[in-house]
Write a protein that binds this ligand. Structure first.
Ligand SMILES: [Zn+2]
Length: 140
């Protein structure tokens, strides 16, 4: 089991649904960090049965907004001097790119290679976003 108190400084992303860990890892581009990053999968959890967990030893401020969309039950814990300093609340990002795909068959992004499509939040309850190119709504 991971011991949070062993982490002097950094960030622990906890309560990730099992198998979501790698997705989050990729989405946050943690493979591009030079710092120590640990991805633990299928950790036994009382609440979830199994969970994934990511531990990052870094001072870098990471943008976690995207987690609110991928997995809103995730908790982000900031550790400093071996102690829990702050729990971040997650909310849905106003805009996202890289996760969603436009489902409108007539959208230009279906015909042409578009590097990155930005989607804008339409409805917080339904988690619907609209495509920047065609305004079609989509969700994860
Ligand atoms: Zn579109």
């Amino acid at each position: 089991m991971i011991n949070v108190s062993k982490l002097k400084r950094g960030i622990v992303i906890d309560h990730i649904a099992a198998n979501h860990g790698y997705k989050i890892f990729k989405q946050l581009k943690l493979d591009e960090l030079d710092d120590v990053v640990v991805l633990m999968r299928n950790v036994p959890s009382r609440k979830l049965g199994k969970k994934d967990l990511i531990k990052i030893e870094t001072d870098i401020a990471l943008d976690f907004r995207v987690l609110g969309l991928i997995d809103p039950n995730v908790t982000v814990n900031y550790i400093k001097d071996g102690e829990l300093k702050e729990k971040a609340k997650l909310s849905l990002p106003r805009d996202v790119s890289g996760i969603l795909q436009c489902k409108n068959p007539r959208c230009i992004t279906q015909q042409e290679e578009v590097e990155s499509i930005t989607f804008y939040l339409v409805d917080e309850k339904t988690k619907e976003y609209r495509c920047e190119y065609c305004d079609a709504k989509t969700s994860l």
